[in-house]
Design a protein around this ligand. Structure first.
Ligand code: ATP
Length: 397
């Protein structure tokens, strides 16, 4: 550990089936490379001898199946070796899924049931390692040549796009340990708040739209269909959170439910899903390496990705009788510094059911001329004139 000291090079020898758990220091990136043997970071193999740069505060583990030597250069908040990990049970799950994908591929594409690969949903409390397990299963599948679809229903700490969204994207290569999920063509629906309790009905509607869209894509693409999907969920598992999990399981027709580190949730799900015979509910151990993040760290991680949610109703919006009603927003100063989603909708009544093209950031509002000035990731005309506002802002930090 230690921080602020001059950078030092350090070698770590890892025995088979052990991992090096690292939290990069707060101030500077960490360089790391594989000196010999083989090792992976959350399912993606490290190239031999090439230095990789990890940004400050990143938390990750370098795992080896057969033994490896790792070299590190830079200050860490923590780094330690652990030889007790749930990795063998995780890779066994992968092997079962892989078998199902092969069977799906071998069966006639006309048989919509048997040509469907596994639809895996990962559930569990916050900080149980759901995102990490999703990532490993996707990377291992991609390494095998599959193109599984990653679905992220976590609007708070999602890893595909900005908070407030649910999204999906095909994974064609093992996920880069530094860059994360590739962002070429994600399918994104904008919900606009950091928690589903703001508008549970809207959240459900969007989950249904996303599932329907993926279903249509699978119909026309046997490869994606056989590869199946991995769905990451929120850590909210009580009350409405539990209802939303069940809603997601059923809406996406998940047939493998992986429950991380929660006996009670696992037995509850087993019980309600036993009448749905094609669903396997599997309990998996949580890794001791998963770092818990308190509410403050989570909030910070969120604002890191967009910069701060504001828990308020959209300006001008009444708590509506119909929660999926779209309310027009007046051009006023409150729009300043907001992140707005750009809808693909052609007509107002399509806004709820349409996915979004991307996001703009409002830099100026001219009330007299009813004009807003914005920053967008690329120049040119926006794909639609409908912008969606939620309760998420982008405050300079
Ligand atoms: P949430 O419900 O908040 O989305 P989660 O259950 O998805 O959380 P993860 O995001 O997978 O949890 O893990 C929490 C943190 O722990 C992440 O920063 C992740 O990189 C880190 N982490 C996971 N596994 C390990 C490990 N074996 N060693 C070190 N760090 C790890």
């Amino acid at each position: 550990g230690g921080s602020g000291s001059a950078s030092t090079i350090k070698q770590v020898k890892l025995e088979r089936e052990s991992e090096l758990r690292i939290e990069v220091g707060n101030d500077a990136p960490l360089r790391l490379r594989l000196l010999n043997g083989t090792a992976e970071i959350f399912g993606t193999e490290l190239p031999p001898e090439i230095w990789l740069n990890f940004p400050p505060r990143l938390k990750f583990a370098v795992f080896t199946w057969y033994g490896a030597t790792i070299e590190m250069d830079g200050a860490t908040e923590t780094d330690y070796t652990a030889d007790e990990t749930p990795m063998v049970s995780y890779v066994n799950v992968h092997a079962v899924l892989d078998g199902r994908r092969s069977r799906a591929k071998a069966s006639s594409p006309d048989d919509s049931g048997s040509s469907q690969g596994p639809r895996v949903i990962v559930v569990g409390p916050t900080d149980s390692g759901k995102s990490t397990l999703s990532r490993m299963l996707l990377s291992w599948a991609a390494k095998q040549g599959w193109k599984p679809t990653f679905v992220d229903l976590d609007i708070g700490q999602g890893s595909i796009t900005i908070p407030g969204c649910i999204a999906a994207t095909p994974i064609e290569m093992p996920i880069d340990p530094v860059e994360g999920i590739p962002l070429e063509m994600p399918l994104v629906y904008y919900y606009g708040h950091a928690t589903p309790s703001n508008n549970v009905e809207l959240y459900k509607v969007l989950v249904k739209e996303l599932a329907g869209m993926i279903e249509r894509q699978f119909t026309g693409n046997a490869e994606s269909r056989a590869s199946g999907m991995v769905i990451n969920t929120m850590g909210w598992i009580e009350g409405v959170g539990y209802d939303l999990l069940l809603h997601a399981i059923r809406t996406f027709k998940a047939n493998v439910v992986l429950v991380l580190g929660q006996e009670k949730l696992c037995s509850m799900l087993k019980d309600v899903l036993k009448s749905e015979p094609k669903v396997d509910v599997v309990k998996l151990q949580r890794s001791g390496g998963v770092v818990s993040r308190n509410a403050k760290v989570r909030q910070k991680a969120r604002s890191y990705r967009i910069r701060a949610p504001r828990s308020a109703l959209p300006i001008g919006a009444e708590p509506a009788a119909d929660p999926t009603r779209v309310v027009p927003v007046n051009i006023n100063r409150d729009l300043l510094h907001l992140v707005l989603a750009v809808s693909f909708a052609k007509e107002p009544d399509e806004i709820i059911s349409s996915n979004v093209a991307g996001f703009i950031y409002v830099t100026d509002v001219d009330i007299q001329r009813k004009k807003i000035t914005y920053l967008a990731p690329s120049a040119g005309e926006l794909p639609s004139k409908y912008l969606i506002m939620g309760s998420l802002t982008w405050l300079e930090t």
